[in-house]
Design a binder for this molecule. Structure first.
Ligand code: FES
Ligand code: FES
Length: 157
């Protein structure tokens, strides 16, 4: 637990719930979500901005939570993968991932879901090329991309 003199107090919302916490200045947003708020659906892979596993949505924009400090998120609205399910049921995008075998081990999945969610809010996914562009910021090491593309196209219909 950081000393209040060496950290900063931050407030905001995560998945619509308000928080008010004191964090160490060097704590990443990913560690804040996972360790302070126990939202462990956000995963850490490379921890240097390459793989996309840590992607969350900050004020509407898909963001690498491993590259952002928790103090930089002060006053923002954050969404994590935990917000997607609706009344305990998979939402349309999650269901499309399941149906189209868009995951195997699932480690990368939350990051993909949040990247795609942010992109779909900006407009419809037009075609396969667009789907691949939307997926291109995230890396999956084990399932291949065919199912991911199918899932994004199906969810975007
Ligand atoms: Fe953040 Fe890989 S863990 S981009
Ligand atoms: Fe295993 Fe993507 S499903 S890394």
């Amino acid at each position: 637990m950081p000393d209040v003199d060496t950290g900063h107090r931050i407030t905001g919302t995560v998945n619509g719930a308000a928080y008010d916490e004191v964090v160490d200045d060097r704590m990443t947003l990913a560690d804040f979500l996972r360790e302070k708020l126990r939202l462990t659906g956000t995963h850490l892979g490379c921890e240097h901005g390459v793989c996309g596993a840590c992607t969350v949505i900050v004020d509407g924009a898909a963001s690498r939570s491993c590259l952002m400090l928790a103090v930089q998120a002060d006053g923002t609205e954050i969404e994590t993968v935990e917000v997607l399910a609706e009344d305990g049921e998979l939402n349309r995008l999650q269901a499309a991932f399941k149906k189209n075998h868009a995951l195997q081990c699932g480690f990368c999945t939350s990051g993909f879901l949040m990247s795609v969610t942010a992109a779909m809010r900006e407009g419809a996914i037009r075609d396969e090329g667009h789907a691949r562009e939307v997926l291109s910021g995230n890396i999956c090491r084990c399932t291949g991309y065919t199912g991911l593309v199918k899932a994004v196209l199906e969810a975007g219909e």
